[in-house]
Design a protein around this ligand. Sequence first.
Ligand code: ADP
Ligand code: GLC
Length: 478
Amino acid sequence: MHVLHVSAECYPAAKTGGLGDVVGALPKYLNDAGVDASVIIPKYSLKWFAEQEWEILFTGQVRMHIWGVPYQVQRLVNGDLGFQLYVVHIPGKFDRAGVYSDQNGYFGDSFERWICFQQAVLQWILLTQLPITHIHCHDHHTGLIPFMMRYCSIYQDLQGMPSFLTIHNGGYQGRYSWSNNYLLPYYDPYAAGMLDWENSINMLGSAIKCCWAFNTVSPSYLEEMKTSSLGLEGLLNLEWMKGSGIVNGIDTEVWDPRTDPMIGVHLKDDDFLSYKRGNKAILCERFGLDPGLPILTFIGRMVHQKGVDVLSDAIWSIVQHTKQIQFVILGSGEAIYEDPYKSLAHHHGDQVKTIIQYNEALSHQLYAGSDFLLMPSREEPCGLNQLYSMRYGTIPMVRRTGGLQDTVIDVDDWQGTGICFDQLTTGDLIHSFYRAMRLYQHKSRLYSIMQEAMTRDHSWERVAQDYIAWYKYYMGIE
Ligand code: ADP
Ligand code: GLC
């Protein structure tokens, strides 16, 4: 088997969230398990790309309406990612300083960009006759690939190749007006329905219809999508036979408290206390926090999905009632969600530290040095932060939804390692803050829960086997 992963993100090249982490890790562990796996993403004008050495493998041109769009497929020459990384260089479309947006906002030509990228990938596969046995698409950006393989005459030689889809986030579907139809390559007109969902071209919907099999990144999220997925519920129920739920793994080589070059104090000889206290001391020194009080941290995209609006309200409320709690907020996103945190830091700067940034190194230091990690998500298809925090001995505080529900057990239940709550309300959040403060008073229990959390096995070694079994099942391989 040789699987080609097609994605918008791949760590360390391009990452805005968990999609990048997954695509940067799963192929490595598939290779280790004996399945050849490589990755193809667009080539962005980001720092990492400029620092690497690239070999041009292929030069071609795809058609978009009356225009020819030239592209190059390049291969990473240096670097040791554990898999072969290919990039598609499409001048004018992806050579920008951001994946989906830059400092001026979201890119307005996303349909054209993803159509060109997906076509370039298919054309390259066809013309270079790569020994690929199947294609694995990630999220809506690559969602028209299964359709094009089946219904576009220029790609019909790929008709028999199995295509798989992983849905990382059904909240983003790639919905476009039918007025964009002219930009698509010629397809069998009878197949127009395979592009359509609710009178729009829906890239995610089309992928669900046309792929051989799809999965979500946790079983609970798959069930949730059947009843609530921004209009795709009916489709999910129709196509249920093709759907599975596989919880993400984490890259335990990158995320290792024993060796992580981004953290100040490593875990040595299982001396948990020196590790935890050492990293907390560094954080406190840097941000002027009190090491004697609990630190509750949020790391993530500042968007509606993450429940950050309710979280800021709950923090406003608790800091007015007690000084015995501290918060660190690291994130960036939409201004309406960022602003309350700036204001909190302004008015309660001794208790709330706000860092509006994307900062990979700081995120590692926060997983290592905080006491609790907040995830009050409205939806969470899987969530990786709670897995990283447990690996670094930090107790996750999660709303029971999607993958959070599948990976975190409440401390009051058997072998629990987290604080769980059901409703996204300030009431539930404030109650959880008090639970955290109470737990923090009982240091022997606190430390034993933190250490228990570190033993949880969410490694890709195990999950890669689930993916291999999934591929084989739908490809009819014993
Ligand atoms: P999502 O993919 O929905 O954003 P996940 O929990 O799956 O959520 O993954 C988020 C990933 O992005 C984690 O690796 C997290 O550490 C990282 N991340 C999110 N926001 C930031 C930030 N502001 N700075 C550094 N890392 C961040
Ligand atoms: C998405 C989801 C997140 C998941 C990640 C990786 O961005 O929001 O829950 O962990 O993809 O699969």
